[in-house]
Design a protein around this ligand. Structure first.
Ligand code: FAD
Ligand code: NAD
Length: 478
């Protein structure tokens, strides 16, 4: 009998949580193995998880390409640039997206090699006694058992299915299917006006689809600051996204190549005939078949793996990170947890500040925020001060022709410590980094006000919003 392979650390899942944890473990001198079961479009193993293969990266590639198309098809006229005869080649756009994915996922494989991480393609299942059963993705009967002192579960998440709109991969798709349409569907429905609905809805709307978003809740983007959410809804509706709130889908029926969607709203039962339907109603942790019953791993009431403040599960030496555990389902959150757990395993006591994780929605304009929203702080009875600055008053935004949106900063009325920064506007995804850094250092709006920002830049809007908190913005009346 061959001896079980043993490692210092085994990581199950090679997404931004797992692969980053593996790299950090290897940097810290631990003999590390990472098991991942993802199979790419070419039928081969592909590291990087949801984020690199079917999430952050491919969606951003299509958002960039479709935004270029929107710009050249009329979006540059205010600059005096008129372009006629613009054509799109959706298959070339999809191929570009796939090439970016291959380059980046191949890059992770290279990093694993450089860091001497043992990469195992297969499905990992936690057994008792810190052992993992690895089965082949092509032949589930072919199995190996490996063991380690420490195990990190980083198996990520998958789209939630709803029985009234079951994904068939053709007419009704999840986010993965929506990254691979061969042409812009004439009429496209999206169930869920959350982050995925807005991003992928925007991609296909820019490429020519008539897009209807059916959102069950009455409030638009309740996770965002409501001033920003209201502005976003106004701008997205102006772009042509048909956002229907309080719309609960009750059934779907296939009719030839089309799908009929039935939904209820406050006026009663409605129907829509669509060419494609995207289901984007949230994601669930991948805990199915991740652990054997005898492992006795504890989940919380929502099905996430329960962890303590050092990401340790109820089993000593077994950790969990990323989309498998509580907190926002974001790649950067998963990666930072991966680094932190590697350091915990090496005997360090890392800290991770969950209060200032940035959130970004990559629409046009982008939405980005960190910290608390005004509605949350008011509900909590906090005494706050608020300052906003519109991009319409920014010289750089005027030069860009991107004047929609604003920066809003909330600080504590007495201490002036920044409690939340909310941006809708050009490059919001990049601008938010300044706010995250400021909040990480417990800065006040006075600190931002005292910081010299280059002129003319979009970041001046952050400076002005900080000044506006004390009614001393320079380029708007206070
Ligand atoms: P994952 O990335 O899901 O990786 C888990 C890996 O483990 C996968 O490869 C999976 O196949 C594998 N696996 C699962 N079970 C097993 C098992 N038993 N054995 C072996 N392997 C297993 N986040 C952002 O921050 N920014 C964005 O712009 C963004 N865009 C997104 C766009 C879309 C369309 C989607 C769907 C998600 C997006 N996200 C974004 C969310 C982001 O992808 C996730 O939060 C992130 O990937 C979570 O990382 P993870 O490592 O926890 O899990
Ligand atoms: P989400 O939670 O952002 O949005 C889902 C929306 O669907 C919600 O507004 C919800 O009210 C609605 N909904 C739920 N059930 C419904 C139903 N039956 N009918 C109509 N509406 C319904 O989830 P998502 O958009 O699927 O994204 C999943 C996760 O992926 C998010 O948590 C997000 O963090 C992550 N993600 C992040 C990014 C980013 O960082 N830019 C991009 C994409 C995805």
């Amino acid at each position: 009998m061959t001896k079980e392979r043993e490692f210092d650390v085994i990581i199950v899942g090679g997404g931004p949580g797992g692969y980053v944890a593996a790299i950090r473990c290897a940097q810290l001198g631990l003999n590390t193995a990472c098991i991942d079961n993802f199979v790419g479009k070419d039928g081969k193993s592909s590291l990087g998880g949801t984020c690199l293969n079917v999430g952050c990266i491919p969606s951003k590639a299509l958002l960039e390409s479709s935004e270029h198309y929107a710009q050249v098809s009329g979006g540059l006229e205010s600059h005096g640039i008129k372009i006629s005869g613009v054509k799109i080649d959706v298959s070339a756009m999809i191929q570009r997206k796939d090439d970016i994915v291959s380059r980046l996922t191949g890059g992770i494989a290279g990093l694993f090699k450089a860091n001497k991480i043992t990469s195992i393609h297969g499905h990992g299942k936690l057994l008792d006694g810190k052992r993992i059963e690895v089965s082949s993705t092509s032949d589930p009967e072919s199995k190996e058992i490996i063991s380690a002192e420490s195990i990190i579960l980083a198996a990520g998440s998958s789209s939630i299915d709803i029985p009234c709109a079951l994904v068939d991969g053709k007419t009704i798709v999840d986010s993965t299917g929506a990254l691979d349409f061969d042409k812009a569907p004439k009429k496209l429905g999206v169930i869920g006006a959350g982050v995925i609905g807005l991003e992928l809805g925007s991609v296909w709307q820019r490429l020519g689809s008539e897009v209807v978003l059916l959102e069950a809740q009455d409030e638009f983007l309740p996770v965002a600051d409501q001033k920003v959410a209201r502005e976003a809804k106004r701008l997205f509706s102006k772009q042509g996204l048909d956002i229907r709130l309080g719309a609960r889908v009750t059934g779907t029926e296939k009719k030839g190549r089309k799908v009929i969607v039935e939904y209820e709203d406050k006026s009663g039962t409605q129907t829509l005939e669509l060419d494609k339907l995207i289901v984007a109603v949230g994601r669930k942790p991948n805990t199915d078949n991740l652990f054997a019953p005898e492992a006795e791993l504890l989940l919380d009431e929502r099905g996430f793996i329960e962890v303590d403040s050092f990401w340790q599960t109820n089993i000593p030496g077994v950790y969990a990170i990323g989309d498998l555990i509580r907190g926002p389902m974001l790649a950067h959150k998963a990666s930072e947890e991966g680094v932190a757990v590697a350091e915990v395993i090496s005997g360090e006591e890392p800290e991770l500040n969950y209060d200032v994780i940035p959130s970004v929605i990559y629409t046009h304009p982008e939405i980005a925020w960190t910290g608390q929203t005004e509605q949350h702080l008011k509900r909590a009875g906090e005494k706050i001060k608020v300052g906003s600055f519109p991009f319409a008053a920014s010289g750089r935004a005027q030069a860009l022709g991107e004047t929609d949106g604003m920066v809003k900063i909330i600080s504590h009325q007495e201490t002036d410590q920044i409690l939340g920064v909310h941006i809708i506007g050009p490059q919001a995804s990049e601008l938010i980094a300044e706010a995250v850094l400021a909040m990480e250092y417990s800065a006040s709006t006075e600190d931002l006000a005292l910081t010299i920002h280059a002129h003319p830049t979009l970041s001046e809007a952050i400076h002005e919003a900080a000044l506006a908190v004390d009614k001393r913005a320079l380029h708007i009346p206070n």
